[in-house]
Design a protein around this ligand. Structure first.
Ligand code: F6R
Length: 592
């Protein structure tokens, strides 16, 4: 949902901005731009397309500016074109703004500004911000920004520079993420922490309602009333290496192969430190899981485990649906919010609304210091490290590990369960060692345009997640379905052109799944089976088969999802698609 960077110091700003933008490109990549204060004048360059287009256009320009801001866009208002790309400037060319999020009252502001004779150039909601700041400027950029904030409605983060105060950047967070990076004689700004890691590991994640005044020799943070705040600097444990591709063709592939380690880190974290929650899940009348996308699928699995071990009623809801529902939630309910980024607007705002109604808010997040982390009563972290590929992989399995640890944390057999869970990283490694088999299967099916993914019980969310991976990165239509529901409609779709991916570990619904596969075969459907190694019965039914090591029922999703991640990856790569940055998507969705 757009990435913002900023730099002020004594080194060439452009280098920092471009490096930061490349690391933020996963947040949006339809156009990019920078604004620099070069010899007292504003220099703006923007290009449609990825950051490399911007880099090409800057090639050979000897820009020495030591302060600037940059942006990579995921269009919300106004089509993808250079005019709508950021930074946006005022009519005089003295101010430049980059913005992430949405200004909801932009129409009203535009009409008002045009009535005063201001000449609008773009179709964006952002342009209002820069004109308002220019109008409010009386010699102090901070004051102009604070006065402008009174006019803005929506959820946003933005940064502004001006020729009138060349080394100063003012930036604001209100609903979209923004992190300050602290250097020596230089300071940085970015939409997330990985973009800052090449330069510093000392950061201050801003909270909603905060304004930062960034200068080479200091960082000053204020609330929207202009009162100065005291903030703690956080030292980030991740290093730059974990945010690099490490020899893999794509981040997604690297992240798939990292799962034995990230699962190990997450599981060992909970074994050594326990969950440290000052309550019992049994104390709650009800547990409501809210999440989006892949995190929602993790939530569906969490429901099964929590119901089994805690015996408490659990509901799972799409965050975007729950926010505007009349669901009766209040004191005595636990809201369990799951989010890799901790910045997803739907998840944050629905969880906060439920917290306001009296529910306790526990979250599972990957990004420490993210908004959801700070806004929750309690947080459980997945220790998966930065995930750069837009399609979530290692954070999904890390979420499963946390949810499983949470579910069994009060069970009598807790230690036995956790010991079993500890075997998972090694078993995942075994599955990954068969990646070439999966590659072969993927290439045989890469030209199909529709897929059905079927599973029951714990394999149903796995089917949903497998289908989502395929759609996201290969643009192939894929439907995840509970296998028992197939006969109530989707069976009509089956023919030789629509392969079915069936997830069939030997669990409580194994026999039922075999019957469902027979139903597919009877309609000339082709079946790709994912089951336990050595399951000759299943293998005999399926045109293609991939085996995973035998594991107890509870833990099957950790293994069966791996071939499905690989399947999606190899198809997308074979089709020559942009695996890490699929079209129309963004890693962190900070709009509703
Ligand atoms: C799928 C994917 C998205 C996210 C969803 C929620 O691969 O990445 O569906 O899972 O946007 O994001 P988080 O977990 O950051 O709240």
């Amino acid at each position: 949902m757009c990435g913002i960077v900023g730099y002020t110091g004594s080194n060439p700003a452009l280098i920092v901005l471009l490096e930061g933008l490349e690391r933020l490109e996963y947040r949006g990549y339809d156009s990019a731009g920078v604004a620099l204060i070069e010899n007292g004048k504003l220099h703006v360059d923007k290009k449609v397309g990825k950051i490399r287009e911007l880099v090409k256009s800057l090639w050979g320009k000897d820009l020495k500016a030591t302060a600037g801001i940059g942006h990579t866009r995921w269009a919300t208002h106004g089509e993808v074109c250079e005019l709508n790309a950021h930074p946006h400037t005022d009519g005089e060319g003295n101010f430049a703004v980059v913005h992430n999020g949405i200004i909801e009252n932009y129409r009203e502001l535009r009409e008002e500004l045009e009535r005063t004779g201001i000449d609008y150039r773009s179709k964006t909601d952002t342009e209002a911000i820069v004109h308002l700041i220019a109008l409010n400027y009386r010699g102090d950029l901070l004051e102009a920004v604070i006065n402008t904030l009174k006019r803005l409605r929506g959820a946003y983060a933005f940064a502004v520079i001006t020729t009138k105060e060349p080394n100063r950047i003012i930036a604001v967070r209100y609903g979209s993420p923004l992190v300050v990076g602290i250097g020596k004689g230089e300071n940085f700004l970015a939409s997330d922490i990985p973009a800052l890691l090449p330069f510093t590991r000392d950061v201050i994640p801003l909270k909603d309602g905060e304004v930062v005044d960034l200068r080479p020799d200091g960082v000053f943070i204020y609330d929207f009333g202009g009162n100065m705040l005291t903030k703690e600097v956080m030292h980030v444990p991740w290093d730059i290496i974990s945010a690099e591709k490490g020899g893999f063709k794509h981040f997604m592939l690297k992240e798939i192969f990292e799962q034995p380690r990230t699962l190990g880190d997450t599981i060992r974290g909970y074994i050594s430190r326990d969950l440290n929650l000052p309550f019992s899940l049994k104390d709650f009348r009800r547990i409501l899981i809210v999440a989006c996308g892949t995190s929602y699928h993790a939530g569906l699995l969490g429901k099964y485990w929590i119901e089994k071990y805690v015996r408490a009623p659990v509901e799972v809801a799409y965050a975007s649906e729950v926010r505007y529902s009349d669901m009766p939630v209040g004191e005595g309910d636990l809201v369990l919010a799951i989010s890799q980024s901790g910045e997803t607007a739907d998840t944050r705002f629905s969880s906060l609304a439920l917290k306001e109604k009296g529910a306790t808010l526990l979250s599972v997040v990957n990004v420490m210091g993210s908004a959801l982390d700070r806004e929750s009563d309690y947080t459980l972290y997945t220790h998966a490290g930065p995930e750069i590929g837009v399609a979530a992989t290692k954070t999904f399995t890390a979420q499963l590990a946390v949810l499983y640890a949470l579910a069994v944390s009060e069970a009598e057999e807790k230690y036995a369960r956790m010991e079993e869970l500890l075997k998972v990283p090694h078993l995942v490694e075994e599955v990954l060692s068969r990646s070439e088999v999966m590659r072969g299967i993927a290439l045989r099916h890469a030209n199909n345009r529709d897929f059905l993914y079927l599973g029951r019980y714990l394999s149903y969310p796995v089917a949903l997640e497998g289908a989502l991976k395929l759609k996201e990165i290969s643009y192939i239509h894929a439907e995840g379905y509970p296998a028992g529901e197939m006969k109530h409609g989707p069976i009509a779709l089956i023919d030789e052109k629509m392969p079915t991916v069936a997830i069939v570990p030997k669990d409580r619904v194994y026999e039922k799944m075999l019957s469902n596969i027979e139903e597919v075969l009877a309609r000339r459907g082709k079946v790709i089976g994912v089951g336990f190694e050595g399951d000759e019965n299943l293998k005999g039914l399926c045109g293609d088969f991939i085996g995973v090591p035998e594991v107890e029922e509870d833990l099957t999703p950790f293994l069966t999802i791996i071939p499905l991640q690989l399947f999606a990856y190899y198809i997308a790569d074979y089709l020559g698609l942009d695996v890490d940055q699929p079209r129309n998507l963004a890693k962190t969705v900070t709009v509703e």
